[in-house]
Design a binder for this molecule. Sequence first.
Ligand code: LLP
Length: 405
Amino acid sequence: MLSKYFKPGLLEKIAAKAGTPVYVYSAPVFLKQVRAYQKAFKALDPLFCYAMKANSSRGLCALAAKEGWGADVVSGGELYRALRAGFKPGNIIFSGVGKTPEELDYALKAGILFVNAESFEEVLELEKAAARLKLRAPLSLRINPDVDPHTHKFISTGKLGSKFGVSFEEALKIYVYAAESRHLKPVGAHFHIGSQVHSAGPYALAAGRLAAFMLKLASRGVNLKYADVGGGWGVKEGGEMADPAALAKAVAGVFQGSGFRVILEPGRSVCAPAGLLLGRVIYRKSGGHKNYIVVDAAMNDLVRPALYGAKHPVALVGAGRGPEKIYDIVGPVCESGDFLAQGVRLKEPRPGQLLAVYSAGAYGFSMSSQYNSRPRAAEALITGPAAWRLIRRRETYRDLVAAEK
Ligand code: LLP
């Protein structure tokens, strides 16, 4: 259980200093996941590009950058943050279905490794940007391999019928065009089949299709260097990442010795177990056959339970009282969808007691908002057995209106 990494005494100290709600991350757990990937993929020696969208906080990203990882970004904002966190431009790739001309310009000026384009029109826009800047844009195409990753429909991306990528037929036309352009340089091919993928089978299938396609391209004189197999390796809420050895085996089974350099884009599996959301109990109440614990953290801080029905384990920090009861853990936001957990078994907390929501290191803070004009949470990073620091201060009411005229 993840709680062994987050000692109650330290959580109390952090909450007392930083206030609540606060995201608390563990650098040792984050690095443990990073190293598990490195170990599993040692023989293949891929480039790991951390998917910034999972958690783009500088304090965490800098840890990955220091380990020699690159970054996978999906917006100009993420590119800005990636550069600021210390990722080398030559290790950054830019994915996403709707990059604007300004974002493409920014990426080319920054000198990133390549752009993962998702349509012919985007490739034409990239070509224009490169012509303006008098250079050749390194290009990779996101291809939809038509593989079912067996995950939640909102985070399944690798089947035809999703908005992502282009088909193999379309990709072939685009590569042939790009190879002849003075301002485009085809360097890679990419797929990302989805997120929370718990078995390696779909990766093996998609990688096999990608490799065959890359060989076909080579026979037509388009020689790519990078095979980017995306992210998405699952991690059970409340647990640590499943050993990525199975994933490594599937990918290496296809690409070991192929001469292509593999790229991986893990996000969640690296940071989900490394973080929790800490809130304080404000009230307890019962009504309509239910018991509620009202905490000061809400759906604006962690939207995953409301949006995907995600079940994040919750636990009281310190002991509760009396026998266990069944509770819904809810926040102050004015929506019935504002819950962090439902039907969980806990002893009774006292008002003011801390409650931890586990596996919140990924898509927690990065998806948070100021809904209900709630300033966004603080973020703290545990760096050793008793050491921690604030990596983002809590927003203030002034922050809420700072951009308003
Ligand atoms: N690469 C690309 C192109 C992606 O679109 C994604 C995630 C990743 C890599 C990283 O996937 P990961 O290793 O984190 O699963 N908000 C949702 C997850 C959305 C994932 C979107 N794309 C959630 O909270 O479950």
